[in-house]
Design a protein. Structure first.
Length: 364
């Protein structure tokens, strides 16, 4: 697998960044952590905007930076796109001028590239507008288009939704879904919003106090639950499934995954559509005996894989459902009173599922 190999040591006042990791050069990699964890500092080092005390950056075998070999590739020579929290568009250019800027700068691309990216980001009717006439979500989509049309090896996105209100976030997220599905350009995506990360990302890096707390494929990192920032209210899991059927009379979609079937409200897609399902640990309860009468539609047999004490009165229980694993956040008292142990067979009651598809997210 092609990869981005990174080693950085950076000191800024009391803050120290120490990272050593490999990132896949495909899909979307999420960099997640609390404010001050070092996420933006890492991106700035990759872009060459920060010069660490020591550093190595190798992109698919090509050395961009090496303290040991005295190699430093300048910012303008690093073949990347960068999308900041604020769109930072050129106010003297209209939307088309901003979108085409990256292509002119790199001297590559053609009209077909422009039209494809414009359509993917829904900018067809906005190309002749002045940038000060755009909403925050529209401006950020223009910034993303400009970054993509430079034909970069990969794109860095530094919390591109952080400055938007919830309505504008909901406006732009479907376009980021399309970006994930329709472009081969790898993206490194910084966020402190776990739901955003679970919706968009394939690989996850968790940062705490300037260090890497966890790194790997999204689901493996989530269910390991070793990083403090992924415990508590943030704990949850992601599983993959597909649409079996839609029952019009009930307005419910039946989804199939390795552990059985799940029902979600609304029409989540046509039969066979692949979906990503986000399940919060706080929305999963456990019982020894399957309830005979319950308003909860999704009750599935499961096996306890591990139990870990969480914050205060809570515990995180990892259970397997077929080949999938999910987390349940329950009280320590419940663990004691039900005498739950690793290997026990239980029933998982799943109260809510977030479903990611091409153009929306629905919840049950």
């Amino acid at each position: 697998m092609t990869a981005i190999q990174i080693q950085y040591r950076l000191q800024r006042g009391d803050f120290k960044l120490e990272v050593d990791l490999d990132l896949p050069l495909r899909g979307i990699t999420g960099i997640y952590g609390a404010s001050g964890a070092g996420k933006t500092s890492l991106l700035r080092c990759i872009a060459g905007l920060e010069r660490p005390v020591s550093g190595e950056l190798i992109v698919d075998g090509d050395v961009w930076q090496s303290s040991s070999k005295s190699i430093w590739r300048a910012v303008h020579a690093r073949d990347i796109g960068y999308v900041f929290q604020e769109p930072s568009l050129f106010t003297h250019l209209d939307v088309r001028g901003n979108v085409e800027y990256g292509m002119r700068r790199r001297g590559n691309g053609d009209a077909a590239d422009i039209e494809k990216v414009i359509a993917m980001l829904g900018l067809e009717t906005r190309m002749n507008r002045k940038v000060d006439e755009l909403s925050g979500g529209e401006a950020q989509r223009v910034a993303i288009a400009r970054a993509l049309l430079g034909s970069p090896r990969f794109v860095l996105m530094d919390e591109p939704l952080a400055s938007l209100d919830q309505a504008r976030k909901e406006e732009i997220l479907p376009f980021l879904d399309r970006l994930h599905a329709e472009t081969d350009t790898p993206i490194i995506y910084v966020s402190h919003n776990i739901d955003e990360v679970c919706r968009l990302c394939d690989h996850l890096v968790v940062m705490e106090q300037g260090r890497i707390a966890a790194s790997g494929d999204l689901q493996s990192v989530l269910v390991a639950a070793d990083a403090a920032v992924l415990s508590g209210d943030q704990a949850g899991s992601v599983i993959h499934g597909h649409v079996l059927d839609y029952v019009m009379n009930d307005d419910l979609t039946c989804l199939q995954f390795s552990g059985g079937q799940l029902w979600v409200p609304g029409e989540a897609g046509s039969p066979g559509t692949d979906l990503r399902l986000r399940i919060r640990a706080s929305d999963v309860s456990l019982c020894r005996i399957r309830p005979e009468q319950s308003t909860i539609l999704n009750i599935l047999p499961a096996v306890i894989e591990s139990i870990r004490m969480d914050h205060n009165a809570a515990a995180l229980v990892r259970v397997s459902l077929g080949e999938a694993s999910i987390l349940s956040r329950v009280t320590r008292r419940s663990i004691r009173e039900l005498d739950l142990q690793q290997g026990d067979h239980v029933f998982a009651q799943i109260k809510s599922v977030a479903v990611r598809r091409a153009n929306a997210v629905s919840n049950t």
